[in-house]
Design a protein around this ligand. Structure first.
Ligand code: SF4
Length: 289
C-alpha cells in the first residue's frame, strides 16, 4: 500500500473511532502549514465526515492568518465546519504578549509554555488529527505515533507506531476518557509531502515561496537564530511587540521582588535572540541611525 492510501486508511479508522467513542466527527487540526494542508486534502480524499480547527497563536505571520482564512472559506463552501480557537489562560483571553509577563520568563526551546497555552489547546475529549511527522525531529521520532491516546493519567498513555501493532486493538477498544490523536502522515518525509502537494495541486501558505521552510509563530525559539533574524527583518512590528512584552515581564519580576540581570526589554530580546549584543551595547544599525 502506498503512503497516500495508508494515510487515507488511518483517517478512515480515526473518523470511525471518533463517531463511535465521541459521537462527533473527527477534528482535523491546521496550523496553516503544509503538513496540515496535506492532512486536509487527505481527509477530503478519504470521503470522511470531519471538522477543521485552527488554534490562533496571536504570533502567527499575517500570511498564515490569511492562508487559514482562505482555506476555511474553501472548506466551508463544501459544507465543512471550520473553527478558529482563541487562546485562554487561567480562564481569561491571552496573547503571546500578555502571556510572557504572566510567565515571568521568555519562552525558550526548553520552556515552550507558549505552545501548550497558545497552540496545543482544544480538542479535549475528542479525536483529532495533526500533521506531526517523524522526519521533523528525533524527539518526534521517539515520542509520537500513528495513533495516540492521552488520558488525564499520562501513565496510561497509549502510542501505536505500526499500523499492524497488536496494541492497536487495545487502542481501538480503550474506553478511557481521553483525547485521541491520529497522525496520518507521521511516516512521510519532506519529499513525500512536497510531491503530494504538487501532484494534488494543493494551495499552501505563500511564505514557503518566500524562503520560509517552517511557518510557526514569528520569532519561535524553535526556528533557530538565523531563522528568527530572517523573520524579524521581515516583521519588525513583532520584534517591537516582543520587546514590549519582555519590558512588562521585567516590571512584573521587579514587582514580585524576583532577581533580574536584565535592565530593559531590549536586553532580554538580545539574550533571547542569542545575537551577542550585550546589555548597554549599541547595535550597528542603531549606531548608523
Ligand atoms: S512560538 Fe513556537 S513554541 Fe511558542 S507557541 Fe509558537 S510555535 Fe509553539
Amino acid at each position: 500500500m502506498d503512503k497516500e492510501q495508508k494515510a487515507i486508511e488511518r483517517l478512515k479508522l480515526a473518523a470511525e473511532m471518533s463517531e463511535t467513542y465521541y459521537g462527533k466527527p473527527l477534528i482535523v487540526t491546521t496550523s496553516g502549514g503544509k503538513d496540515s494542508d496535506v492532512c486536509i486534502a487527505l481527509a477530503l480524499a478519504a470521503g470522511i465526515n470531519f471538522e477543521v480547527q485552527h488554534n490562533h497563536t496571536t504570533a502567527d505571520a499575517p500570511e498564515t492568518v490569511y492562508h487559514v482564512r482562505d482555506t476555511f472559506r474553501r472548506l466551508e463552501a463544501k459544507g465543512i465546519k471550520c473553527t478558529v480557537n482563541w487562546p485562554t489562560y487561567k480562564g481569561a483571553s491571552v496573547t503571546m504578549w500578555s502571556l510572557i509577563p504572566q510567565k515571568l520568563v521568555p519562552p525558550t526551546r526548553l520552556m515552550r509554555y507558549c505552545c501548550s497555552v497558545l497552540k496545543e489547546g482544544g480538542g479535549a475529549g475528542r479525536m483529532i488529527t495533526t500533521g506531526v511527522r517523524w522526519a521533523e525531529s528525533a524527539s518526534r521520532r521517539n515520542k509520537r505515533g500513528i495513533y495516540e491516546s492521552l488520558p488525564h493519567d499520562l501513565s496510561k498513555k497509549i502510542i501505536i507506531n505500526n499500523d499492524n501493532d497488536d496494541k492497536r486493538q487495545l487502542f481501538e477498544n480503550c474506553r478511557l476518557q481521553a483525547k485521541r490523536i491520529c497522525n496520518p502522515i507521521v511516516d512521510w518525509t519532506d519529499n513525500d509531502v512536497w510531491d503530494y502537494i504538487r501532484s494534488e495541486h494543493i494551495e499552501t501558505n505563500p511564505l514557503y515561496a518566500c524562503g520560509f521552510d517552517r511557518v510557526g509563530c514569528v520569532g519561535c525559539p524553535m526556528a533557530g537564530r538565523k531563522g528568527r533574524q530572517f523573520e524579524f527583518t521581515r516583521y519588525p512590528t513583532f520584534e517591537r511587540a516582543y520587546i514590549r512584552a519582555f519590558g512588562k515581564m521585567l516590571e512584573e519580576r521587579t514587582a514580585r521582588g524576583l532577581p533580574c540581570d536584565w535592565q530593559t526589554g531590549t536586553d532580554v530580546f538580545h539574550w533571547w535572540m542569542e545575537d551577542g549584543v550585550l546589555s548597554g551595547q549599541i547595535g550597528f544599525e542603531e549606531e548608523q541611525e
